[in-house]
Design a protein around this ligand. Structure first.
Ligand code: LLP
Length: 403
């Protein structure tokens, strides 16, 4: 298996395993797909950086004219470290302190608020001096995995569309300038209609806000994890949302920017986690392949029951056999159950696909294991973009109490 002509087995040899490998060209293709889909609208892409925050990836996004969406002050700082001006950063926090919001204001970020308490405080502090966007909860069930559905009525995110009157009262009381409206209904959205339904909620609310500069339709575009998975048809969604948006702008009386915030769509399929087989273990029921990774590096299979395709890239041409691919963590960390793989021998390199989004960024040091290295393949060459952790990293912030 190759990325840009480079065999992944060579990357594993050069950098060791476990290692995350990212295909820069694939990221660029995905950006281009979005630009094509939304060609008829004034599109601004704001990459949801929580998906993959490596600074070199952020720099790649910047080089392609892509802006960023950050959810914490730390993500804001990483984006600035990568060269983004604060004014290109949309800061969309949830349940953070007002002090953190103030920090983002002081840095010069665009602010997106998702609750009435903070909106009131914001009004008291800044009046109409600092424009602000509002995240609306449209009460749409995005479908798919309930853990990653966030636009429904029981979700902690956004200001309920049913509280629009209260929003308008606060905005009027403090003369707040609302420059954008935002919806994000979830991740892995199966039904493309959800995007149009979310858009319509924004169009209806937008009439009440004369100072708008943009409408932000969030992320959540579905990428395939299994070979026969549905995926969001970006051309169809792009054309439909753009047409509805342009129609809305006419009735609004002014042209606005159309924003989207993809995470998975840009980076999921660009990522590969390469692991080595430590042991092949036969039991009466199952043959396990135990690898040098686990839920500490890729938690999605356990956390969301997510499916990641696996291949044994050292075993090309061998007969196949059924395996459970499991990690080395002292928990049941099945990365892939009941998969037909080329027969596995100790030391073989296996690849887990779709490991670009919410993979490294959700990794931990559980079992005191070290996080892997990250490698970017760019113009056919592999570049180390993060060293693998070392034992000293586990001790770095510990303050040892002597007895
Ligand atoms: N915008 C906002 C406000 C978000 O909260 C998110 C994701 C996105 C955009 C990007 O969504 P995407 O295009 O990546 O679906 N860890 C989960 C996904 C959690 C998504 C959190 N918010 C997973 O691995 O499936």
């Amino acid at each position: 298996m190759k990325i840009q002509g480079l065999p992944l087995t060579e990357v594993a040899q050069q950098f060791g395993t476990p290692v995350y490998v990212y295909d820069g060209e694939k990221i660029v293709t995905q950006i281009e797909n979005l630009k094509t889909g939304f060609a008829k609208a004034p599109l601004k892409i704001k990459y949801a950086v929580k998906a993959l925050t490596n600074v070199s990836i952020l720099k790649l996004m910047k080089s392609q004219g892509v802006g960023v969406d950050a959810v914490s002050i730390e993500e804001v700082r990483l984006c600035m470290h990568a060269g983004y001006a604060a004014s290109e950063i949309m800061y969309t926090p949830n349940c953070v302190s007002f002090e953190e919001i103030q920090e983002a204001v002081e840095l010069g970020c665009m602010i997106n608020l998702d609750n009435l308490v903070m909106l009131r405080k914001f009004g008291q502090e800044y009046g109409g001096k600092i424009p602000v966007a509002l995240r609306i909860n449209p009460h749409i069930m995005a479908g798919g995995n309930s853990k990653i559905s966030v636009g429904h009525i029981h979700s902690k995110f956004g200001i309920s569309i049913l509280q629009l009157d209260q929003i308008l009262e606060v905005v009027e009381e403090f003369g707040i300038s609302v420059n954008g409206l935002h919806v994000h209904t979830g991740s892995d959205i199966m039904d493309a209609d959800v995007f149009l339904r979310g858009a319509r909620v924004l169009f209806d609310s937008a009439k009440n806000f004369p100072d708008l500069r943009f409408l932000d339709f969030g992320g959540g575009f579905k990428v395939p994890y299994k070979p026969d998975d549905v995926q969001t048809d970006m051309v169809k969604v792009g054309e439909e949302v753009s047409a509805a948006f342009n129609e809305f702008c006419e009735s609004y009386g002014r042209s606005l920017e159309l924003w989207i915030e993809p995470g998975k769509y840009l980076v999921s399929a660009a990522g590969y986690l390469l692991v080595s087989a430590n042991v092949v273990k036969d039991t009466p029921e199952i043959t396990f392949v135990g690898v040098d990774s686990g839920l500490n590096h890729l938690i999605r299979p356990m956390f969301y029951k997510a499916y990641h395709q696996v291949e044994n890239i050292s075993g090309e041409g061998r007969d196949t056999k059924r395996y459970d691919v499991v990690g080395y963590i002292c928990e049941t960390d099945t990365l892939a159950a009941s998969r037909e793989l080329a027969e596995v021998e100790t030391g073989d390199v296996l690849v887990l696909k779709n490991a670009g989004a919410y993979a490294y960024s959700m990794a931990s040091n559980y079992n005191s294991r070290l996080r892997p290295a990250e490698v970017l393949v760019w113009k056919g060459k592999a570049h180390l973009i993060r060293k693998r952790e070392e034992f000293e990293d586990l001790l770095r912030n510990q303050v040892v109490f002597e007895f």
